[in-house]
Design a protein around this ligand. Structure first.
Ligand code: AMP
Length: 278
């Protein structure tokens, strides 16, 4: 397994390698969710590349950039074990050289949900993902449905800018008790971790209600708020029932597909989860 740290070295390695390349961008501190993306990439491509880069520009000033969990040694061992061909590990200095002043901005679909809660977040994401795509020149890139809005933003960007990469969405991987896997789950204190499965339990219950015919988006939001507010440790940041593509909040009856997504705080830790309806 090659470890490459500079954009030019990454690109050169990829070009010599030839064949199809599957790419999995991550911020490291890997778990089974990341590894499921790696597995999908491996099954569909001759070569698999994973990047690990905790991107400072997608964190707000009061967010967890400095304390974001990192364990490069363990991550590299996991990726080697998973049969990855190359790991791209750029430094912050290489990604953002002195005087950098260019960014990639996706407008409409970044304004809601996470974009509203975390101003500037998606500009950081789209800029860094563009830079990673330019270095890796992948044929396919794998993104988790866990970050549902991020997936839609990247799909929009790739279409709008004619990027020569196919975006492959991958299912959410969960702990046995239903909690969506996340590098940030390590922040949870034991009692918060014990309470956290209320999120997925509630989303699945709401999906059941939807299947039974509940189509009123407000009633769905109320149901989710009601269930989650039973946990004294959970604080609701938002509950959204939105159009599955545009992520416009739905007011009228759900007719097509919708995305039910939530952000719940346990103390300072924000947990995201979602289910698709219909
Ligand atoms: P991150 O390291 O959190 O930036 O995530 C890197 C990629 O892994 C993103 O495409 C995420 O959506 C994806 N991912 C994170 N957690 C999960 C999960 N539990 N299941 C599936 N994909 C995930």
């Amino acid at each position: 397994m090659r470890v490459l740290t500079e954009p030019s070295a990454m690109r050169e390695w990829r070009r010599v390698r030839g064949g199809s390349v599957g790419f999995v961008p991550t911020m490291g501190y890997l778990h089974a969710g990341h590894l499921s993306l790696v597995e999908a990439a491996r099954s569909q491509n001759a070569t698999t590349v994973v990047s690990i880069f905790v991107n400072p520009t997608q964190f707000g000033p009061n967010e967890d950039y400095t304390r974001y969990p990192r364990d490069e040694v363990r991550d590299l061992a996991l990726l080697k074990e998973a049969g990855v061909d190359a790991v791209y590990l750029p430094s912050v200095g290489d990604m953002y050289p002195e005087g950098h002043q260019t960014s990639v901005v996706v407008s409409e679909v970044t304004r809601r949900l996470e974009g509203a809660a975390r101003p500037g977040h998606f500009n950081g994401v789209t800029t860094v993902v563009t830079k990673l795509f330019n270095a890796v020149e992948a044929d396919r890139a794998y993104f988790g449905r866990k970050d549902a809005q991020q997936l839609r933003v990247i799909q929009r960007m790739v279409r709008d800018l004619d990027m020569a990469v196919e975006i492959v969405p991958c299912a959410i991987v969960r702990e046995p008790d239903g909690l969506a896997m996340s590098s940030r789950n390590v922040y949870l204190a034991p009692e918060q971790r014990a309470a956290a499965p209320i999120i997925s339990r509630t989303l699945f219950a709401a999906r059941d209600r939807f299947s039974e015919g509940l189509r009123d988006p407000d009633a769905l939001r109320r149901f989710v708020r009601g269930e989650i507010s039973r946990s004294p440790l959970a604080e609701i940041e938002y509950v959204s029932v939105a159009d599955n593509d545009s992520l416009q909040e739905l007011e009228a009856q759900v007719t097509g597909q919708a995305l039910l997504s939530v952000v719940i705080r346990f103390g300072k830790t924000r947990l995201l989860d979602n289910v698709e309806l219909g």
